[in-house]
Design a protein around this ligand. Structure first.
Ligand code: MN
Ligand code: MN
Length: 472
């Protein structure tokens, strides 16, 4: 045995690297600059509709034009196809067009939030409140006392559309859900969390003053619903809507925080919606920078992942396959033959190891902040239930691409076998007979109003998608 121990360790042991082991000062500068763009994207994209709008507006600046199914596109052309303002597919046509399959990255644009119920407004004890119905997996207590902004659309009976976005500007009012003071909470804290915090109690306060005629004092008579009437009057003046118009509306409460640097060293970002906008941004930026690609590359940003990918804007919608068919059929190729040769990164976040909750992770198979993009071979629950499980062959290809392009990467599972679990859109893509694996950014406090990621990981995710797109 001539090798030194050091050399043997180098040759034989797996080790994950920390970002600072492969990035110097100038590279970190690139990382930080990239993340300024990402924070800007986060602040403009609090909902799925806003994310799609912002993504398209960015893409148009890079020469992407709206897809026309009557046109046959040539190599180098850049197109996008939007679906109901809630999902979009971008494509850059490669030299081989569809012949050798597509390279795809798919991320989701919806995040856990509080939607309004169809009959949301009510008054109770002179406070006016909005009833919500939570969307996605949340820990309900995290949404109490959290400053909220309200975003979405109201479509009036005549079809006229009203945009609502309130609570983001410094001058805007915000909203919140109240919590019980600790002095009165001795009985409450004895309860199980699932019993102490109920979905039906997630009602946000939106007003408290009575309506008055010509600014006069409100004296005598029945005061019931005068505060509610005041709010409806304000809404009618501002948006031209009545209470019934909430039936045909999609309004979402989201945390009103802006994205902020976290830490004295500014190495991390705290924000609402890193799941999955960190990956949305990576998949988007990667395709924006593509031009001379061999195989056609596709970035799809989809809705409804947090509730199972159902519906016409989710990954299970035929919208995605319909678009691919439109391109493929122009070339007299069979859709199934192209899909069989296609490859995909399902770009979604993973759970970063949290020193405050060590026992909930399996330390050898979890992802760590600053160790790069997480490659997750399979997801699922218990015995991998519901997972598509990437093949060893495809894992080897991804490893090779990332290593050749100096992409910082690690592997990770979502928690301990019988405690953790989850899934992404990977399986729906795999069901189309496409090779697919999950990659994404490790996140602390995932699904909370204020999630945390590392800047190095956000940038590594972008490099991962970019190198995959450009690979042979
Ligand atoms: Mn996600
Ligand atoms: Mn999620």
């Amino acid at each position: 045995m001539n090798k030194s121990l050091k050399q043997m360790k180098e040759d034989l042991l797996r080790r994950s690297r920390h970002g600072n082991e492969i990035m110097d000062k100038s590279e970190l500068k690139v990382v930080d600059k990239f993340c300024e763009g990402y924070k800007n994207f986060l602040n403009k994209s609090k909902t799925e509709r806003q994310s799609i709008k912002e993504a398209i507006s960015m893409a148009e600046k890079f020469g992407f034009v709206e897809f026309d199914s009557n046109v046959t596109y040539k190599p180098g052309e850049k197109i996008y196809c939007q679906n109901r303002e809630k999902s979009v597919i971008f494509a850059v046509i490669g030299k081989n067009k569809a012949k050798n399959g597509f390279k795809m990255a798919i991320s989701h644009v919806d995040s856990p939030r509080l939607d309004l119920k169809p009959n949301p407004i009510y008054e109770s004890d002179s406070l006016v409140l909005l009833k919500t119905h939570y969307y996605g997996g949340i820990k309900k207590y995290q949404w109490l006392t959290c400053p909220l902004s309200l975003h979405g659309k109201i479509i009036k009976k005549n079809g006229e559309s009203v945009e609502v976005s309130i609570g983001e500007d410094d001058e805007d009012p915000q909203f919140c859900i109240t919590d019980l003071l600790p002095h009165l909470g001795r009985e409450l804290i004895q309860k199980k969390i699932s019993e102490a915090f109920l979905g039906e109690n997630l009602n946000a306060i939106i007003g408290s003053r009575f309506i008055s005629i010509d600014g006069e004092k409100v004296v005598g008579g029945d005061k019931k619903n005068l505060a509610k009437l005041n709010i409806l009057s304000i809404l009618n003046e501002k948006y031209g809507v009545t209470e019934t118009d909430f039936l045909s509306a999609e309004l979402e409460f989201v945390p009103a925080f802006k994205a902020r640097d976290i830490g004295f060293d500014r190495s991390m970002i705290g924000a609402y919606g890193h799941d999955d906008r960190s990956c949305t941004y990576a998949s988007l930026k990667a395709i924006l920078e593509c031009s001379n690609v061999d195989n056609t590359v596709i970035t799809a940003l989809v809705d409804k992942e947090e509730v199972g990918s159902n519906g016409n804007s989710g990954m299970k919608s035929s919208f995605f396959k319909d678009f691919l068919e439109d391109i493929i059929e122009k070339e007299d190729l069979k859709v199934r033959h192209v899909l069989k040769k296609s490859k995909c990164l399902s770009t979604d976040v993973s759970a970063a190891f949290d020193p405050n909750f060590k026992t909930y992770y399996e330390a050898t198979n979890t992802s760590y902040i600053n160790c790069g993009v997480v490659v997750t071979k399979y997801t699922g629950v218990g015995g991998k239930a519901g997972s598509s499980d990437a093949s060893a062959e495809f894992m080897a290809e991804i490893r090779r691409i990332f290593d050749e392009n100096n992409v910082l990467w690690q592997t990770g599972e979502l928690g301990k076998i019988d405690d953790g679990g989850g899934g992404t859109i990977a399986k729906y893509v795999a069901n189309l007979n496409v090779d697919v694996v999950d990659v994404g950014v490790p996140v602390l406090s995932m699904h909370s109003p204020f999630e945390v990621v590392s800047k190095i990981d956000v940038y590594s995710n972008f490099l991962a998608v970019k190198s995959f797109f450009e690979s042979k």
